[in-house]
Design a protein around this ligand. Structure first.
Ligand code: NAD
Ligand code: IPM
Ligand code: MN
Length: 357
C-alpha cells in the first residue's frame, strides 16, 4: 500500500511524523506501507518556486492514499494567488475531485472536562459533519478584486450545480443510514438562491432514503444549536464555506481543534486524510502541537482508504488508552494530568498500540 505523505508547513510535519510513526508500528502486525514523502505548501514554494511541484502531483496520483499535514504561513500571504500554500491544498482537492469531506466530531469521555462547554453537554458526543469540498464560494466564478468606477470591488460567487449538491447529500444519507438514521442539512435557503437549490435537491434525494429522518437548519441557527445541544445531531451535511466554519466551532466540543481528523474522498474512494487544523504558526517548532488529529486521520485512512478497519480500530483504542492514562498535550491539559509534547504523545500511542491485544 502506497501512501503519499505531505507534511507541509508549521506544525504539519511535526504532527504528521507522529502519524507516520504509528503507521510504521503496525509492521509488527504484518502491515507494511510504502510511504513517499513529498513537498507541498510554503516549504515547497521556498525550495522549488511552486507550492504544488509536479513531483508531488505525480506522487499523489500514484498513491493509494494521501496523508496531509497542514500548510500556510503569514510570509506567503502576499504572494500572487496560485503560488500561496493554501492554493496547493485547494488545487489537490479540486484536481482529485475530493468532494466529500468527513469531519467526525467525537468527544473522548476522558476529555469531557477539557472542553469549554459543560461536561454534560459534550460527554459521549459522536456526530459526523460532512462538508462539500470542491464547489461553493471557494471555487465559483467570477471572482477577484476588480476596479469599478475607480473603486476596488472584491468578488466571489456562491455557486452549486444540482449534481454537486446531490452527490454530497447522498453521502450524508448513506452515512446516516449506517449510523443512527438522522440527517440534518444546513443551508441558508432563506437568503441565497444557491442554497435554495441545495434544499430543493436535498428533498429530492431524500425520496431514496425514507428510512432516514431528514431535517433542515439555517446555518446561523445550526451554529447556535451546535453549542446549545450538540447531541441532538447524528450526521450534518452542508456546503463548503459553512462546513469550514461549523467544524472549527464544533472542535471546541471535543476540547481542541488538535483532536479533529478528517478524510476527503472522491467518487472512486481515493482520499486525502488530514487534521482539520492549520499550520498553527504560534506553536510551530516547539513540540507543543497535539498530534492526535493527525494520528486519528491515519486511522480514517486505514478504514476508508486502505481497507484495514481492524488496524484503524487499534489506533483509536491506543489513543483512548493514552488519554485514559492521563497524558495530555497543552491544548487539552487539565490539572492532575501528565503533560506531554508532540513527540512524547506519538511515542505513547505507539507504546499503547504495542500493548493492545
Ligand atoms: P490554525 O488551525 O493553524 O490555528 C488556530 C489555533 O489553534 C492556534 O492558536 C493554534 O495554535 C491552535 N492549534 C491548531 N492546531 C493545533 C494542534 N494540533 N495542537 C494544539 N493547538 C493547535 O488556524 P489559523 O491560525 O487560522 O491559521 C494559520 C495558518 O494555517 C494560515 O496560514 C491558514 O491559512 C492555515 N490553515 C491551513 C489549514 C490546512 O492546511 N488544512 C487549515 C486551516 C488554516
Ligand atoms: C480547512 C482549511 C482550508 C479551508 C484552508 C486552509 C484552505 O481551513 O481545511 O478547514 O478553508 O478549507
Ligand atoms: Mn478550516
Amino acid at each position: 500500500m502506497k501512501i503519499a505523505v505531505l507534511g507541509g508547513d508549521g506544525i504539519g510535519p511535526e504532527v504528521t511524523a507522529q502519524a507516520v510513526k504509528v503507521l510504521r508500528a503496525l509492521a509488527t502486525r504484518g502491515l507494511h506501507f510504502e510511504m513517499v514523502e513529498c513537498l507541498i505548501g510554503g516549504v515547497a514554494y521556498d525550495r522549488t518556486g511552486h507550492p504544488l511541484p509536479p513531483a508531488t502531483l505525480d506522487a499523489v496520483q500514484r498513491a493509494d492514499a494521501i496523508l496531509f499535514g497542514a500548510e500556510g504561513g503569514f510570509q506567503y500571504e502576499t504572494l500572487p494567488r496560485g503560488l500561496r500554500p493554501g492554493d496547493a491544498l485547494l488545487t489537490l482537492r479540486k484536481d482529485l475531485d475530493l468532494f466529500a469531506n468527513y469531519r467526525p466530531i467525537v468527544t473522548f469521555r476522558e476529555l469531557a472536562g477539557a472542553s469549554s462547554f459543560r461536561p454534560e453537554i459534550v460527554e459521549d458526543l459522536d456526530l459526523l459533519l460532512i462538508r462539500e469540498l470542491t464547489s461553493d464560494l471557494y471555487f465559483g466564478e467570477p471572482r477577484g478584486i476588480v476596479v469599478e468606477n475607480g473603486r476596488r470591488v472584491g468578488i466571489n460567487t456562491m455557486r452549486y450545480t444540482e449534481d454537486e449538491i446531490a452527490r454530497v447529500v447522498r453521502v450524508g444519507f448513506e452515512a446516516a443510514r449506517a449510523r443512527r438514521g438522522k440527517l440534518c442539512s444546513v443551508d441558508k435557503a432563506n437568503v441565497l438562491e444557491s442554497m435554495e437549490l441545495w434544499r430543493i435537491v436535498t428533498e429530492e434525494v431524500a425520496r431514496d432514503y425514507p428510512d432516514v429522518a431528514l431535517s433542515h437548519l439555517y446555518v446561523d441557527a445550526a451554529a447556535m444549536a451546535l453549542a446549545r445541544d450538540p447531541k441532538q445531531f447524528d450526521v450534518i451535511v452542508t456546503g463548503n464555506l459553512f462546513g469550514d466554519i461549523l467544524s472549527d466551532e464544533a472542535s471546541m466540543l471535543t476540547g481542541s481543534i488538535g483532536m479533529l481528523p478528517s478524510s476527503s474522498l472522491n467518487a472512486q474512494g481515493k482520499g486525502l486524510y488530514e487534521p482539520v487544523h492549520g499550520c498553527a504558526p504560534d506553536i510551530a517548532g516547539k513540540d507543543l502541537a497535539n498530534p492526535l488529529a493527525s494520528i486519528l486521520s491515519a486511522a480514517m485512512m486505514l478504514r476508508q482508504g486502505l481497507g484495514q478497519p481492524q488496524a484503524a480500530n487499534l489506533i483509536e483504542r491506543a489513543v483512548r488508552r493514552v488519554l485514559a492514562d492521563g497524558l495530555r498535550t497543552a491544548d487539552i491539559f487539565q490539572p492532575g494530568c501528565t503533560r506531554a509534547g508532540t513527540e512524547a504523545m506519538g511515542d505513547a500511542v505507539v507504546a499503547a498500540l504495542a500493548a493492545l491485544e
